[in-house]
Design a protein around this ligand. Structure first.
Ligand code: FES
Length: 152
């Protein structure tokens, strides 16, 4: 049986009706058509589904949508300001922080949170914070460079 859910996604308020077992990831992708947030493992292992909830990062596959009544969710679609990319998006382009791009939305959401939450003090600290975001192409050094540039 569906239950009512109000939440704000990328500045847009939604009044939804959702099944209690639906993850936040599936809600975003399938009900709101925000497919920038990726499903890699669906088990909290890859970070492709990373979003921000009230400004803090969260693997959206690991949490039920109904747990977020009244909260503010930001996805990769909400990061840019109109056509002006977020500085972290610009830095990923400049430093080639991706190859296939599948992990990139999650990487960028984590990268923004890394700085915001104060975990970008050193390369080691950045690597530790970003360790939940897996990249099969091995773009890690370039991702660290992008984060380091935005931090400075
Ligand atoms: Fe959520 Fe992999 S899809 S961590």
């Amino acid at each position: 049986e569906k239950v009512p859910l109000k939440l704000e996604v990328n500045g847009v308020k939604h009044s939804l009706s959702v099944e209690p077992r639906v993850t936040l990831l599936d809600l975003l992708r399938e009900q709101l058509q925000l497919t920038g947030t990726k499903k890699g493992c669906d088990h909290g292992q890859c970070g492709a589904c990373t979003v921000h909830i009230n400004g803090r990062r969260q693997n959206s596959c690991l949490t039920l949508a109904v747990m977020h009544e009244g909260k503010k969710v930001t996805t990769i679609e909400g990061l840019a300001n109109g056509i002006q990319l977020h500085p972290m998006q610009e830095a990923f382009i400049k430093h080639d922080g991706f190859q296939c791009g599948y992990c990139t939305p999650g990487q960028i959401m984590s990268a923004v949170a890394c700085i915001r939450e104060g975990h970008a003090g050193s390369e080691a600290e950045i690597r530790e914070y970003m360790s939940g975001n897996i990249c099969r192409c091995g773009a890690y050094p370039n991702i660290v460079d992008a984060i380091t540039e935005v931090k400075n």
